[in-house]
Design a protein around this ligand. Structure first.
Ligand SMILES: Cc1cc2nc3c(=O)[nH]c(=O)nc-3n(C[C@H](O)[C@H](O)[C@H](O)COP(=O)(O)O)c2cc1C
Length: 168
């Protein structure tokens, strides 16, 4: 079965809306200037070495400062962070984004969200351009895990959260 290019574009987008994902904010600091962007295209790569990957649109403001060697933090948002997700996905620009939320400075001045579910720190080891995006592989050097499990999830174009289901 072959779909036309247009049909495929529509069905691909619809299918990806069903890929529920935890909302994160990717942060970095470049020459003392903080950058942050809401992202769901984040996943672990492997535990040995501890590593993850994320994908950033080449048109995003955080794209230029993210280079091999950049120090980064992946902040896993909680269900209470819907407004913060909006702020870091275009509602505000640049440094003004960090006036929202409780941001502290980690190693190398990388901002991290104090009340996230978790903060995963590392540095970019590899990057590859693909289509409109760049794929980054980051080596993880530290992770702070907070006790509350209350993920902010994005699914079918809306915010949601995830709760355990009974098994059996
Ligand atoms: C829930 C959510 C998830 C997103 N995930 C990504 C992502 O994984 N990669 C990406 O490049 N943009 C993603 N975006 C879009 C960017 O956050 C948005 O385009 C941002 O405004 C681009 O950055 P800029 O405004 O600093 O240029 C996402 C937006 C939302 C609301």
């Amino acid at each position: 079965m072959n779909a036309s290019t247009e049909e495929l574009a529509v069905s691909f987008r619809l299918a990806m809306r069903r890929l529920a994902a935890t909302v994160t904010i990717i942060t970095t600091s470049d020459g003392g200037i903080r950058h942050g962007m809401t992202a769901t295209a984040v996943t672990s790569v492997c535990a040995d070495p501890p590593s993850l990957l994320f994908c950033v649109n080449q048109s995003a403001s955080i794209h230029a400062p993210l280079k091999v060697g950049s120090q980064i933090c992946i902040n896993l948002l909680k269900a209470v962070h819907t407004e913060l997700s909006q702020v870091f996905s275009g509602k505000l620009e640049g440094e003004a984004r960090f006036a929202h939320g409780r941001w502290d400075a980690g190693d190398f001045g990388v901002p991290y969200l104090a009340d996230a579910q978790a903060n995963i720190f590392g540095h970019v080891e590899m990057l590859m351009a693909y289509g409109t995006h760049s794929i980054y592989i980051a080596r993880v050097t530290r992770a702070i895990v907070h006790p509350e499990v209350a993920p902010l999830v994005y699914q079918d174009g809306v915010y949601a959260t995830a709760r355990p289901l009974p098994v059996g």
